[in-house]
Design a protein around this ligand. Sequence first.
Ligand code: UDP
Length: 664
Amino acid sequence: MENETQTETTVGRRRRIILFPLPFQGHINPMLQLANLLYSKGFSITIFHTNFNAPKTSNYPHFTFRFILDNDPQDERVSSLPSHGMGAFNRLFVFNEHGGDELRHELELLLASDEDEHVSCIITDALWHFTQSVADSLNIPRLVLRTSSLFCFLAYASFPLFDDLGYLNLADKTRLDEQVVEFPVLKLKDIIKIGFKSSKDPIGQMLASLLNMDAPQRKTIVFFPLPFQGHINPMLQLANILHTHGFKITVIHAQYNSPNPSNHPHFTFIPIDEGFSKIVDQAATNRDGTYFMRYLNESCVDPLRDCLAKLLLDDRETIACVISDVAFYFTQAVADELKLPRLALRTGSMGCVLAYDALPFHSNKTCFCLTKEDSDYEVSVPEYPLLKFKDIAKISINPQGMGDFATNMFNQMKASSGIIWNTFKELEESALETISQDYPTPSFTLGPFHKYFPASSTSLIEQDRTIISWLDKQPPKSVVYASFGSVAHITELEFQEVAHGLANVGLSFLWVVRPGMVIGSDWLESLPENFEERMGDRGRIVQWSPQQEVLAHPATGCFWTHNGWNSTLESICEGVPMICSPCFADQPVNARYVSDFWKIGVFLEDGFERTGIEMTIKRVMMNIEGDEIRERISCLKDKVNVSVDEGGSSFQSLNNLVDYISSF
Ligand code: UDP
């Protein structure tokens, strides 16, 4: 109705469109073709053109033409330039600099003379970036005609990044045939051929201005990961995801487990001195994880505040927010003090947050210490019936400390500007409902992050890739893959039981034994005698694997895991059934969800003991039960793919997050 009314008020008045092509053949053609199209739809057409490369007006008797004086022939910058190639481009730059007055003058004349005609808009070439401010000043809508491909536009949009990476002036000429990792359709030599030397030179500036015409300046997000592999991986994956959505990335990080900056040349890294290395050696003997978390939450306060304050002093305008791990609960107070929005990244599951929230860490500490001899050991915990008392006994040896840690973490999550979860809606739908009620701050479920960026790029330990060729020789779904993550420790006895279990089951296996994982051993010293010789080519032991690739390999039949959240998600994404051997913290909760809630794995109920190990592996690898589990986890794999695809829940949530951060 509104449109009809508008048309009535302009009845009797024709609508005129002004088009202003860039004066080069390849730009004039599509602009005049567009003009013809619009003319055929009933618009009157006026073409503005420069004296340089003026179109032949007699070919278009149905258009009116207005001549705009372009560069002053006396202007030395122009008269000395050739009218072709880069010379022509530089002419353009000069005109973009001073053409505003000429264009405004001609437009004013036109608006004053055409009283019977309503000027609908002006359409100008995308490279005439100066025309926007002229149109704005006269209150005329401007449409932009981009005469080239979308793909080329995306390549141009990457030029500031190429400049940062040194591709525009590549010193090492042996790299010319290398593919551009950030834009794989191009080789480095293609970028050089395009001809811009730097985003700071005149042409580069013109392009930057074209690209930024309507976009605000790129904002920076500051990341602060917890210095452990299972937390660094998802945080740097998230940083990469947001980088591809136009944000600049600065990573402030602890010296301990420092990421390798050369793996991320597009990020800025700033180390702070938290002194964690001084105490971390105790980790093999001190099993109280809360002690280490408390230490980090105290030792990082001053260095992080100083570092952030300095960044803000230099560049407050462009810093959008800080994203820190939820386990770094102290960061909320620092961000508040500096008046900087903080988003909290939860690298673990939602289910675990609900479980920690419900468990009586403070009111009934003894229930966390039950042993096999206690009658309640196998019984469900009333506060969270999915869990048994034997599960929560594994969470922490210090329930009071764990309760304090969880309380601090949850309070600061609630105080944050938003929570980012490395999970996807379809996996934890019911938990998401409760979280949305309990945590009023916005929640973003855009995981699994490794679907966008692999963990190999953020691995702190070198991954042994020789095993891929070994896997290639194994039949489909025949190999048991065993790995217990980057932090868990096991006793020598448990280690030997694992070895016997793997040997006795008779299947091929790939086993990750991290140096230092076995308490009291450097690496494999406590293996049963001649174990490796006896296993021969049937079993491979490595220090660290390319886990995602192993899980994606057709030969992998099941994943015997500690159920760290990343490992759990990686297994789901590849549809690989799990055998669950959780060690501590969130792992027992994840394991129960896997075995008893989603039913995509089997819990190794009695810990590391050879008979139980053999039976459990057989249930998954050789029984119909294993086939059913495989079917269920394949369904989840399909759901993950839908969720990260265009229009899916994670895809949508990522867009929401990008909009949200852009609004800061
Ligand atoms: N990982 C790996 N190679 C290995 C074992 C693990 O690259 O041999 C990676 C794995 O893909 C995951 C991370 O290390 O991304 C471990 O995180 P998780 O949350 O599963 O466990 P955590 O190490 O925190 O206990």
